[in-house]
Design a protein around this ligand. Structure first.
Ligand code: GTP
Ligand code: MG
Length: 224
């Protein structure tokens, strides 16, 4: 249970399922820890989103053009954090929660291919941003055909008592890459069983067509 802004929440004995062997104090402590973590990660998302908006506005004023089409963000739910810890085979303890690098995620959808690297450079040039991990699935697409630039960066958030350095996963992609990823995700996760090989191949072919589309649109943009 994670609290939204201005919400108050009291953990009572009645809320603990009988099969769970936790004390009421443990349950209260867990809710408090997660509410605190979520607040810090939300702060980190706000910091990153503002930085990206400022860069997009600057580009628009200087070049009369916006590299960012739109942005979305999300905080991972408690359930998917524990699902990930289980999938990775990490021990079920708080230390593992702190190891989840995509607790906070920002997705940046760009108009053209070159905008992706332009946005990356401008963001990483900032003094308070530290790059922790980078995976370029555009130069090296995943087996599925998935393309995107993934960065895990660390951003400081300034609270009343101290400064925290929070990791945020940023996925930067074009509109075409995003269209493919959204549809493929929908097709994959709606069904329980493995995707048949010929369908997986069709999807890979689609990803290739999207990549060609990106190259062509980039060339057209350069011509004008
Ligand atoms: P995770 O534990 O899955 O986060 O592994 P990881 O840290 O190695 O992350 P990875 O770089 O594979 O990126 C994971 C995220 O990228 C997923 O949560 C998706 O948002 C996206 N992603 C990766 N592969 C695919 C794919 O084949 N299809 C789609 N639609 N999205 C993908
Ligand atoms: Mg992930």
């Amino acid at each position: 249970m994670i609290l939204e802004k201005n919400e108050t929440f009291t953990v009572t004995e009645a809320m603990i399922p009988p099969q769970m062997s936790v004390t009421i104090d443990d349950a209260r402590e867990a809710v408090r820890i997660f509410a605190d973590l979520r607040m810090r990660y939300q702060g980190a998302i706000k910091e990153i989103s503002t930085k990206l908006e400022v860069l997009d506005n600057e580009f628009s004023v200087k070049h009369d053009y916006n590299p960012i089409h739109h942005m979305t963000s999300r905080i991972k739910s408690v359930d998917s954090i524990f699902e990930k810890i289980k999938r990775k085979g990490w021990p079920m303890e708080m230390e593992s929660v702190y190891k989840v690098m995509d607790f906070a995620g920002v997705r940046v959808i760009c108009n053209y291919l070159e905008d992706i690297y332009r946005v990356e450079d401008s963001l990483l040039r900032q003094d308070d941003i530290k790059l922790l991990k980078r995976k370029d699935y555009i130069k090296n697409p995943k087996e599925s055909g998935y393309r995107s630039l993934h960065l895990v960066i660390e951003v400081p958030i300034f609270l009343s008592d101290r400064t925290y350095h929070m990791p945020v996963e940023i996925q930067i992609r074009t509109v075409a890459m995003d269209t493919w990823a959204s549809l493929e995700h929908e097709l994959k996760y709606k069904r329980m069983e493995e995707m048949p090989e010929h369908v997986a191949q069709e999807l890979k072919d689609c990803a290739k067509m999207m990549a060609e589309l990106d190259d062509t649109m980039q060339s057209i943009h350069k011509m004008l």
